[in-house]
Design a protein around this ligand. Sequence first.
Ligand code: GUN
Length: 286
Amino acid sequence: MTAKILDGKALAAAIRNELAGEVESLVGKGVTPGLAVVLVGDDPASAIYVRNKGRAAEKLGVTAEIHRLPGDTTQSEVLALVDRLNRDSAVDGFIVQVPLPEQIDPIVVQDAISPAKDVDGFTPENIGLLAQGRPRFVAATPLGCMRLVAESGVELAGKNAVVVGRSNIVGKPMAMLLTNAHATVTVCHSRTQNLGGVVGSADVVIAAVGRAEMIRGEWIKPGAVVIDVGINRTAEGKLVGDVEFAAAVERAGAITPVPGGVGPMTIVSLLANTVVAAQLRAKPSG
Ligand code: GUN
């Protein structure tokens, strides 16, 4: 069997079209959605992600304000900017790109972001709402992964889902979303024993470890849905995911490519959250 390829680029384009209609209707009510992005330092991958987020926002008609701060910015300076953005009525939502330079504690910064503007879904309040099954802003990458799972056509209720990786920004919220969708969820990490065996039990695999092709194709249960969050550059300069794609595509029922799978979905999910934030501004009681 050769898997169906889950084309994140095409799906993201379709969602952007839907969002464009919502942005148009907001603008008609005098509300132009506004996103701000804070980037501290010169991490090259972050610089590319932030540039792509800004471009995608503007293309949609969402105002994007990018704050690029030098790598030696202090935590107090970042907190002062967060405070300003919390109070700026033209900014519906904002994110502080991670990783941050070592003098800045990302938890302290996330705690300072107003949950009503936390379009990253990283604040304790938004994580708590998701945990309770009444999400407001959900982290963009897991939200994008759920759309890709839906696109595969798999019915999650009662299925075994395995999430490899337990980060706060992908693995943990992903596990909550899958649990809320009635899957039976296992979260694996660096100390998991018999990873291959656990992955082999999965009807749905979410790979979010950040290690090139660590998930072997032969582990994949025939027909499983495989969502690959990883973007890793090999020594030869090639972009590969966390899944050994060439072998996995022969066993899976559906699989995301890298690039062109989860990446475009992450950006469109951030924009979707920003549009929801602007809709709340347009209709605060709704
Ligand atoms: N770094 C990698 N992914 C993300 C993300 O979704 N949001 C933020 N703020 N930083 C990131």
